[in-house]
Design a protein around this ligand. Structure first.
Ligand code: NAD
Length: 271
């Protein structure tokens, strides 16, 4: 590309405001559930680094506050909210707090999730219900609570599903069913919420190195091989690689991306 065109395209992609490059989600308010560790921590950190005011939410208060301290120390804007996604009353407090402190919510990342490794015929009622309570009911409660604060401002809801919301795998029946539900809940909300200017998309990570998968990936070689499955890379993904997809869907760069399922899986589902 000729030098002049290179310069022009760099200028077009980096908006200059007050002499400084404008950050990708500057001025937006974001809330990330399950933000205390793993991918949620990374999403919160990257959203804050790109200019968002981030509410980091988790039921793990100590780890969640540490994430906020890290963001603030790095010059970002963040606050911690104790939030168990299964509790309607926690969501009500979160709405009141975000309304009082920020007045709006542009980005809702429904990330909190739990995994139980059992086939359907061995799953207990309690296990099934706990997975669905967190992974599905928690997402729905969050959307229902925050839509009023997201209307008419150009907002984005990002639901974290999984490749196991698209394909099956051994011994994770409740988890896989729950992630499939998140995938289609996302599409139904996309149909219902665009009239309010709210975009809704799902992300489908493959095998990611987080506390959730620590024992599976860093135990014996056979288990690691099994969990890596059909991934076409010889490594799992790092949480930050999924956060790039979150940033894209959170920012105005994805202004026409709606009801989509964004797969970040190192080729797992292509194989
Ligand atoms: P993780 O277990 O490492 O972290 C999950 C976080 O969610 C923790 O901070 C935990 O305290 C919080 N949490 C759990 N239940 C909660 C509740 N009821 N209320 C509030 N917070 C709660 O998980 P992760 O690997 O970072 O996964 C994040 C999301 O991505 C989950 O929805 C998971 O299902 C999904 N996912 C993970 C992988 C992977 O390989 N790790 C792959 C695909 C999808």
């Amino acid at each position: 590309m000729p030098k002049a065109r290179q310069w022009l395209s760099a200028f077009q992609t980096v908006l200059i405001k007050g002499g400084r490059p404008m950050k990708r989600v500057q001025g937006k308010v974001a809330l990330v559930t399950g933000g205390a560790m793993g991918m949620g921590k990374s999403h919160a950190e990257q959203l804050a680094a790109e200019g968002a005011h981030v509410f980091v939410c988790d039921r793990d208060v100590v780890a969640g506050k540490a994430v906020v301290d890290g963001i603030v120390a790095a010059g970002g804007k963040a606050e911690f909210l104790t939030l168990d996604v299964t509790k309607e009353s926690d969501w009500a407090v979160a709405v009141d707090t975000v309304k009082a402190k920020a007045g709006k919510l542009n980005i809702l990342v429904n990330n909190a999730g739990i995994l139980i490794l059992k086939p359907a015929h061995e799953t207990t009622n309690e296990e099934w219900d706990s997975v669905f309570n967190v992974n599905v009911r928690g997402v729905w409660l969050g959307i229902r609570a925050f839509v009023p604060l997201m209307k008419g401002i150009g907002a984005s809801i990002i639901n974290i599903s999984s490749i196991y919301g698209i394909v099956g795998a051994p011994s994770a029946a409740a988890y896989i069913a729950s992630k499939g539900a998140v995938r289609l809940l996302t599409k139904s909300c996309a149909v219902d919420l665009i009239r309010f200017g709210i975009r809704v998309n799902s992300i489908h990570p493959g095998v990611i190195d987080t506390p959730m998968t620590k024992d599976l990936l860093h135990g014996d070689a056979e288990t690691r091989k099994a969990i890596m499955g059909a991934t076409l890379f010889d490594r799992p993904s790092q949480p930050s690689e999924v956060s790039k997809a979150v940033l894209f869907l959170a920012s105005d760069e994805s202004s026409f991306v709606h009801g989509a399922e964004l797969v970040v899986d190192g080729g797992y589902t292509a194989n």
